[in-house]
Design a protein around this ligand. Structure first.
Ligand code: AP5
Length: 213
Protein backbone atom coordinates (compact mmCIF):
# COMPACT_ATOMS: atom_id res chain seq x y z
CA UNK A 1 0.00 0.00 0.00
CA UNK A 2 1.10 3.56 -0.69
CA UNK A 3 -0.29 5.90 1.92
CA UNK A 4 0.12 9.46 3.14
CA UNK A 5 -0.79 10.45 6.69
CA UNK A 6 -1.87 14.07 6.80
CA UNK A 7 -2.84 16.19 9.79
CA UNK A 8 -1.79 19.05 12.02
CA UNK A 9 1.28 18.83 14.27
CA UNK A 10 0.49 16.54 17.17
CA UNK A 11 -2.50 14.86 15.51
CA UNK A 12 -0.82 11.47 15.98
CA UNK A 13 0.69 10.92 12.53
CA UNK A 14 3.92 9.46 13.93
CA UNK A 15 2.16 7.30 16.52
CA UNK A 16 -0.32 5.87 14.00
CA UNK A 17 2.29 5.51 11.24
CA UNK A 18 4.45 3.29 13.45
CA UNK A 19 1.47 0.98 14.14
CA UNK A 20 0.25 1.00 10.53
CA UNK A 21 3.69 0.34 9.07
CA UNK A 22 3.98 -2.74 11.26
CA UNK A 23 0.48 -3.93 10.32
CA UNK A 24 0.98 -3.34 6.60
CA UNK A 25 4.64 -4.40 6.37
CA UNK A 26 5.72 -1.20 4.60
CA UNK A 27 8.40 1.33 5.66
CA UNK A 28 7.38 4.34 7.75
CA UNK A 29 8.97 7.34 6.05
CA UNK A 30 8.91 10.43 8.26
CA UNK A 31 10.50 13.59 6.90
CA UNK A 32 10.58 15.01 10.44
CA UNK A 33 12.59 12.00 11.67
CA UNK A 34 14.95 12.14 8.67
CA UNK A 35 15.55 15.85 9.18
CA UNK A 36 16.15 15.44 12.93
CA UNK A 37 18.65 12.65 12.17
CA UNK A 38 20.45 14.98 9.74
CA UNK A 39 20.55 17.74 12.38
CA UNK A 40 21.92 15.32 14.99
CA UNK A 41 24.57 14.06 12.56
CA UNK A 42 25.57 17.64 11.65
CA UNK A 43 25.28 16.99 7.90
CA UNK A 44 25.03 19.83 5.38
CA UNK A 45 21.28 19.18 5.15
CA UNK A 46 20.98 19.20 8.94
CA UNK A 47 22.82 22.50 9.22
CA UNK A 48 20.50 24.09 6.63
CA UNK A 49 17.35 22.61 8.21
CA UNK A 50 17.99 23.25 11.93
CA UNK A 51 17.08 26.94 12.14
CA UNK A 52 13.83 26.41 10.20
CA UNK A 53 12.82 23.51 12.43
CA UNK A 54 13.61 25.31 15.68
CA UNK A 55 11.48 28.25 14.53
CA UNK A 56 8.55 26.02 13.56
CA UNK A 57 8.92 26.93 9.86
CA UNK A 58 8.99 24.51 6.98
CA UNK A 59 12.35 23.42 5.60
CA UNK A 60 12.67 24.59 1.95
CA UNK A 61 10.87 22.35 -0.55
CA UNK A 62 13.95 21.52 -2.66
CA UNK A 63 15.81 20.03 0.34
CA UNK A 64 12.88 17.95 1.52
CA UNK A 65 11.96 16.72 -1.96
CA UNK A 66 15.54 15.54 -2.44
CA UNK A 67 15.55 13.35 0.69
CA UNK A 68 12.14 11.88 -0.09
CA UNK A 69 13.13 11.10 -3.68
CA UNK A 70 16.26 9.36 -2.41
CA UNK A 71 14.33 7.42 0.26
CA UNK A 72 11.57 6.27 -2.10
CA UNK A 73 14.18 4.91 -4.51
CA UNK A 74 15.38 2.40 -1.89
CA UNK A 75 14.41 -1.22 -2.34
CA UNK A 76 12.19 -1.52 0.75
CA UNK A 77 9.86 1.18 -0.60
CA UNK A 78 9.26 -0.57 -3.90
CA UNK A 79 6.20 -2.47 -2.65
CA UNK A 80 4.64 0.34 -0.68
CA UNK A 81 5.31 3.04 1.90
CA UNK A 82 3.71 5.21 4.47
CA UNK A 83 4.61 8.88 4.24
CA UNK A 84 4.37 10.83 7.51
CA UNK A 85 4.80 14.61 7.27
CA UNK A 86 5.23 14.76 3.49
CA UNK A 87 3.95 16.43 1.39
CA UNK A 88 3.34 19.65 3.28
CA UNK A 89 3.06 22.19 0.46
CA UNK A 90 1.46 22.20 -2.98
CA UNK A 91 4.95 22.13 -4.55
CA UNK A 92 5.81 18.97 -2.57
CA UNK A 93 2.51 17.35 -3.56
CA UNK A 94 3.19 18.03 -7.25
CA UNK A 95 6.75 16.67 -6.97
CA UNK A 96 5.50 13.55 -5.19
CA UNK A 97 2.97 13.01 -7.98
CA UNK A 98 5.86 13.07 -10.46
CA UNK A 99 7.96 10.62 -8.41
CA UNK A 100 5.05 8.20 -8.14
CA UNK A 101 4.42 8.36 -11.89
CA UNK A 102 8.10 7.57 -12.46
CA UNK A 103 7.76 4.32 -10.50
CA UNK A 104 4.54 3.62 -12.42
CA UNK A 105 2.32 3.19 -9.41
CA UNK A 106 -0.31 5.22 -7.63
CA UNK A 107 -1.25 6.38 -4.16
CA UNK A 108 -3.89 4.26 -2.46
CA UNK A 109 -5.13 6.85 0.01
CA UNK A 110 -4.37 10.00 1.97
CA UNK A 111 -5.51 9.62 5.58
CA UNK A 112 -6.35 12.89 7.32
CA UNK A 113 -6.19 12.59 11.11
CA UNK A 114 -8.59 15.19 12.36
CA UNK A 115 -7.84 16.65 15.81
CA UNK A 116 -9.09 20.04 17.06
CA UNK A 117 -6.43 22.66 17.80
CA UNK A 118 -7.40 22.85 21.48
CA UNK A 119 -6.16 19.26 21.95
CA UNK A 120 -2.91 19.84 20.06
CA UNK A 121 -1.19 22.07 22.60
CA UNK A 122 -1.81 19.55 25.40
CA UNK A 123 -0.57 16.65 23.29
CA UNK A 124 2.61 18.38 22.13
CA UNK A 125 3.62 20.06 25.36
CA UNK A 126 3.39 16.67 27.14
CA UNK A 127 5.19 14.67 24.44
CA UNK A 128 8.44 12.92 25.35
CA UNK A 129 10.66 11.20 22.80
CA UNK A 130 13.65 8.92 23.13
CA UNK A 131 16.78 10.62 21.83
CA UNK A 132 18.19 7.35 20.54
CA UNK A 133 15.30 5.37 19.02
CA UNK A 134 12.58 8.03 18.58
CA UNK A 135 9.93 6.19 20.66
CA UNK A 136 7.07 8.62 21.41
CA UNK A 137 5.16 8.90 24.71
CA UNK A 138 3.03 11.43 26.58
CA UNK A 139 3.50 12.34 30.21
CA UNK A 140 -0.25 11.92 30.98
CA UNK A 141 -1.90 9.70 28.38
CA UNK A 142 0.99 7.30 27.73
CA UNK A 143 3.85 7.87 30.22
CA UNK A 144 7.34 6.67 29.23
CA UNK A 145 8.08 3.40 31.04
CA UNK A 146 11.01 3.35 33.43
CA UNK A 147 14.12 1.63 32.10
CA UNK A 148 12.69 1.09 28.58
CA UNK A 149 15.30 -0.39 26.24
CA UNK A 150 15.85 0.88 22.69
CA UNK A 151 15.53 -1.81 20.01
CA UNK A 152 19.23 -1.24 19.20
CA UNK A 153 20.20 -1.79 22.86
CA UNK A 154 20.85 0.68 25.66
CA UNK A 155 18.29 2.45 27.80
CA UNK A 156 15.89 5.01 26.31
CA UNK A 157 16.56 8.61 27.25
CA UNK A 158 13.37 10.68 27.08
CA UNK A 159 13.41 14.41 26.33
CA UNK A 160 11.09 17.14 25.12
CA UNK A 161 11.54 18.10 21.44
CA UNK A 162 13.04 21.58 20.82
CA UNK A 163 9.99 22.58 18.79
CA UNK A 164 7.47 21.49 21.45
CA UNK A 165 7.48 24.81 23.32
CA UNK A 166 4.22 26.77 23.34
CA UNK A 167 5.47 29.58 21.06
CA UNK A 168 6.85 27.19 18.45
CA UNK A 169 3.75 24.97 18.57
CA UNK A 170 1.57 28.03 17.79
CA UNK A 171 3.82 28.87 14.84
CA UNK A 172 3.70 25.28 13.54
CA UNK A 173 -0.10 25.38 13.71
CA UNK A 174 -0.14 28.67 11.77
CA UNK A 175 2.16 27.17 9.13
CA UNK A 176 -0.06 24.09 8.92
CA UNK A 177 -3.20 26.19 8.39
CA UNK A 178 -1.55 28.33 5.71
CA UNK A 179 0.66 25.93 3.78
CA UNK A 180 -0.42 22.35 4.46
CA UNK A 181 -4.20 22.37 5.00
CA UNK A 182 -4.84 23.30 1.32
CA UNK A 183 -3.65 19.76 0.52
CA UNK A 184 -6.90 18.48 2.03
CA UNK A 185 -8.83 19.81 -0.97
CA UNK A 186 -5.99 18.89 -3.32
CA UNK A 187 -6.34 15.19 -2.44
CA UNK A 188 -10.13 15.37 -1.96
CA UNK A 189 -10.50 16.53 -5.55
CA UNK A 190 -8.45 13.52 -6.67
CA UNK A 191 -10.71 11.13 -4.75
CA UNK A 192 -7.90 10.03 -2.42
CA UNK A 193 -8.76 11.66 0.90
CA UNK A 194 -10.23 9.74 3.82
CA UNK A 195 -10.81 11.60 7.06
CA UNK A 196 -10.57 9.91 10.45
CA UNK A 197 -11.55 11.32 13.83
CA UNK A 198 -8.23 11.52 15.74
CA UNK A 199 -9.76 12.04 19.18
CA UNK A 200 -9.84 8.94 21.37
CA UNK A 201 -7.25 6.44 22.54
CA UNK A 202 -4.35 5.51 20.27
CA UNK A 203 -5.94 2.09 19.76
CA UNK A 204 -9.38 3.56 18.94
CA UNK A 205 -7.88 5.87 16.32
CA UNK A 206 -5.82 3.01 14.87
CA UNK A 207 -8.93 0.81 14.57
CA UNK A 208 -10.79 3.64 12.81
CA UNK A 209 -7.98 4.05 10.29
CA UNK A 210 -7.80 0.32 9.60
CA UNK A 211 -11.60 0.11 9.15
CA UNK A 212 -11.55 3.11 6.80
CA UNK A 213 -8.78 1.65 4.67
P1 AP5 B 1 7.42 16.56 12.15
O1 AP5 B 1 8.30 15.78 13.02
O2 AP5 B 1 6.80 15.91 10.98
O3 AP5 B 1 6.36 17.28 13.08
P2 AP5 B 1 4.79 17.57 12.93
O4 AP5 B 1 4.15 17.35 11.60
O5 AP5 B 1 4.65 18.91 13.49
O6 AP5 B 1 4.16 16.43 13.66
P3 AP5 B 1 4.54 15.95 15.05
O7 AP5 B 1 5.69 14.97 14.95
O8 AP5 B 1 4.72 17.09 15.98
O9 AP5 B 1 3.21 15.23 15.52
P4 AP5 B 1 2.51 13.89 15.08
O10 AP5 B 1 1.29 14.22 14.28
O11 AP5 B 1 3.48 12.92 14.47
O12 AP5 B 1 2.02 13.38 16.49
P5 AP5 B 1 2.64 12.25 17.46
O13 AP5 B 1 2.23 10.89 16.97
O14 AP5 B 1 4.06 12.48 17.77
O15 AP5 B 1 8.22 17.83 11.56
C1 AP5 B 1 9.04 18.64 12.40
C2 AP5 B 1 9.61 19.79 11.59
O16 AP5 B 1 10.42 19.26 10.51
C3 AP5 B 1 8.59 20.69 10.90
O17 AP5 B 1 8.10 21.70 11.76
C4 AP5 B 1 9.42 21.26 9.75
O18 AP5 B 1 10.31 22.26 10.20
C5 AP5 B 1 10.26 20.06 9.33
N1 AP5 B 1 9.61 19.26 8.30
C6 AP5 B 1 9.18 17.97 8.41
N2 AP5 B 1 8.62 17.56 7.27
C7 AP5 B 1 8.71 18.59 6.41
C8 AP5 B 1 8.27 18.79 5.07
N3 AP5 B 1 7.65 17.82 4.38
N4 AP5 B 1 8.52 19.99 4.49
C9 AP5 B 1 9.16 20.99 5.15
N5 AP5 B 1 9.57 20.86 6.43
C10 AP5 B 1 9.35 19.68 7.06
O19 AP5 B 1 1.76 12.55 18.76
C11 AP5 B 1 1.93 13.77 19.50
C12 AP5 B 1 1.72 13.51 21.00
O20 AP5 B 1 0.36 13.11 21.20
C13 AP5 B 1 2.58 12.37 21.58
O21 AP5 B 1 2.95 12.69 22.89
C14 AP5 B 1 1.65 11.14 21.56
O22 AP5 B 1 1.99 10.23 22.56
C15 AP5 B 1 0.30 11.81 21.81
N6 AP5 B 1 -0.80 11.11 21.15
C16 AP5 B 1 -0.79 10.48 19.95
N7 AP5 B 1 -2.00 9.95 19.69
C17 AP5 B 1 -2.80 10.28 20.75
C18 AP5 B 1 -4.17 10.03 21.05
N8 AP5 B 1 -4.98 9.32 20.24
N9 AP5 B 1 -4.67 10.54 22.23
C19 AP5 B 1 -3.85 11.26 23.06
N10 AP5 B 1 -2.55 11.51 22.83
C20 AP5 B 1 -2.04 11.03 21.67
Amino acid sequence: MRLILLGPPGSGKGTQSALLAERLGVPHISTGDMLRAAVAAGTELGIKAAAHMDAGELVPDDLVVLIVRERLSQLDASNGFLLDGFPRTDVQAEKLGGMIEEIESGLDAVVLIDVPEEDILRRLSGRRVCLACGAVYHIDSNPPPEHRRCPEGGECSFVQRHDDTEAVIMERLRVYREQTSPLINYYKSRGLLVSVDGVGSVREVFDRIVRTL
